[in-house]
Design a protein. Structure first.
Length: 584
């Protein structure tokens, strides 16, 4: 039965200000595009408001919002009335005096993330969120009062960097070598360890209340542990207490860096925050710079209390050679005995347990990608990171933000369109030009903190590839992945269909699409974009990933079907392994 569209299908708009201002019946269109940013775009024509107050309120500079309400009634054998609302931001308002109309351009909230440019004097570190890409996105979206809808995926985007732990004997693994102590009894304890099997144990000695500390590698009469004047370093250690030890001096339960200035006078260079004066385990850290001209420097690990025992373990000292290559949260301990992983390889620089150690990055995910540079918008900051992870970030017309698998995400529902039943027009094409390619090279270019230009390349190709595309991205390199993401997204764009049907408000991008057209096999793929025409009350749909599907293939079966209900005509040989998952 052909679809009949009733005359009372209509579209209205309301300015969402105060109690709301009705803008009357509207014409124009609303488009949703899975590859677009913003994801939803509205182009409306409304009658020119006679109310001067309303006309003044329709000012996009004042962050106005407009809701479009669309109602459709049709008869398709069952009869249905559906409606859908689009809550969009007003971006532009033009007046046509002769026609007595206004043209409004509306967009979903990606536009707000594009407006949100970081205003700062220095780059802002976002490394605290690298264990979860969702936490990173949420931290950025919070600036515009938004948050992600719950769900998966949520991969780590942990950055990687080569590093050297300059501490010798960093966890008392084999002896008390290279260590000295002041006003404490120093032992190697196997009762507890933050790393390895042992830790430095501090038992307070008289005079109680004095500065009681451990020092490794010597005192500040010279630069110790490979440090140098003018160098910047991050030092960290893990402290354990079985109870309160008191705070007799200001250095209690801290790390302190001391040095000798140009005159040879001892000077404190820096001191960390103190661990809580209570039972527990705390990681303490400090970043410091040794002033130019200083003659010596060393590090002290303090007890500084009035009673009790404390343990220090997992001591770490790393030089920060370039601020842009520094992860301020990277205080995780390592030494040459740390087990190799998919990200890192570890080694001792000399004698095991009594020398510096190295960490070699095996995966290229630069620290610079999580420094948010002043002048870059929230969207410019997030997009390279999200796409390198193979994900897609978008906001729908209900202002719901979603982070989904960029290649595998399929929106709920299925659109089934048949020539002569649902479709009013259809055009299919196959092309190796345009949007299709099977190899990609992504070139990242950005300015580093020292003012120099940096460039990194990410590329990916399918086996036997025949057409490559290049893309230039003005952003720090976020690690490999974006080139593969682009190829995966493009592989279904060679064969496409553009069809038109009576208005169907249930159609959304990334939705399963089934097309039945004369003279060719049935086509199955995904909706790439949809434009709802509010003048003619029709929907224009563009597809991607179309494949021919033989009659009887499992992929054409209702997804709610279970194994025992499968009709005998289904052909196993025409199904793919993934298709079998539609059965319980």
């Amino acid at each position: 039965m052909s679809v009949i569209l009733r005359d009372d299908s209509n579209a209205t708009a309301t300015l969402l200000e105060g109690a709301g201002y009705a803008l009357g019946d509207v014409s124009g269109s609303v488009s949703l595009d899975e590859g677009g940013a913003p994801h939803v775009v509205g182009a409306l024509t409304i009658p020119l408001p006679a109310d001067a107050e309303l006309l003044e309120l329709l000012d996009p500079r004042q962050h106005r919002r407009v809701r479009i309400d669309v109602t459709r009634e049709r008869v398709d054998g069952f009869g249905s009335i559906t409606s859908r609302s689009f809550d969009l931001g007003l971006r532009e308002a033009d007046i046509d005096e002769a026609a007595a109309t206004m043209q409004l351009r509306l967009e979903s909230d990606e536009a707000l993330a594009m407006d949100d440019v970081l205003l700062a004097d220095e780059p802002v570190s976002m490394h605290a969120y690298q264990g979860s890409i969702r936490s990173l996105v949420d931290a950025v979206l919070a600036r515009i009062g938004a948050a992600l809808e719950p769900g998966a995926p949520d991969p780590s985007i942990q950055t990687t960097s080569d590093a050297t732990n300059l501490m010798t004997n960093p966890s008392a693994e084999t002896s008390l070598a290279n260590a000295a102590a002041a006003f404490v009894t120093l032992t190697r304890s196997n009762a507890w360890a933050a790393a390895g099997a042992g830790a430095w144990s501090f038992q307070l000695a008289a005079p109680f209340g004095a500065d009681n500390y451990l020092e490794i590698g010597g005192n500040d009469t010279a630069h110790r542990l490979g440090m140098r004047a003018g160098g910047t370093y991050t030092v960290a250690g893990t402290i354990r207490q079985t109870g309160a030890v008191g705070s007799a001096v200001a250095s209690a339960r801290t790390i302190r860096v001391v040095g000798r200035d140009q005159t040879g006078t001892p000077v404190q260079i820096g001191q960390s925050a103190a661990a809580p004066d209570a039972a527990g385990v705390t990681r303490v850290s400090l970043t410091f710079t040794i002033p130019d001209g200083y003659q010596g420097s060393s590090i002290r690990w303090y007890h500084g209390g009035t009673s009790g025992t404390v343990w220090w373990d997992a001591l770490s000292l790393r030089e920060v050679r370039d601020a842009e290559d520094a992860d301020p949260t990277d205080t995780v301990y390592f030494d040459g005995a740390t087990a190799d992983s998919t990200d890192y390889e570890y080694a001792w620089a000399g004698t095991a347990g009594e020398s510096a150690s190295t960490r070699l990055a095996l995966v290229d995910r630069p620290v610079a990608s999580l420094w948010w540079e002043p002048g870059r918008s929230a969207w410019e900051f997030l997009s390279p990171i999200v796409q390198a992870a193979g994900l897609r970030l978008f906001c729908d017309e209900a202002r719901d933000w979603r982070l989904v698998d960029g290649a595998g995400y399929v929106a709920p529902g299925m659109t089934q369109l048949t020539q002569g039943v649902h479709l009013t027009s259809a055009r299919t094409s196959v092309s190796r030009d345009g949007d299709w390619f099977d190899a990609a090279l992504v070139r990242y270019r950005w300015r580093q903190s020292d003012g120099t230009q940096a460039e990194r390349i990410d590329w990916y190709a399918e086996p036997g590839y025949t057409r490559a595309r290049t893309f230039d991205i003005a952003a720090p390199y976020p690690g490999p992945g974006r080139a593969r993401y682009k190829v995966t997204r493009a592989e279904g764009l060679g064969r496409t269909a553009t069809v038109e049907a009576p208005l169907d408000l249930a159609i959304v991008p990334s939705q399963a699409l089934r097309l039945t057209l004369p003279d060719i096999p049935e086509l199955f793929g995904l909706t790439r974009s949809v434009e709802h025409d509010l003048d003619t009350f029709t929907s224009r749909i563009e597809s991607r990933g179309l494949t021919d599907v033989p009659p009887g293939a499992w992929v054409l079966v209702d997804p709610a079907l279970v194994w025992n209900d499968a009709p005998p005509a289904l052909v196993w040989a025409d199904a793919t392994p993934d298709d079998s998952t539609i059965f319980d």
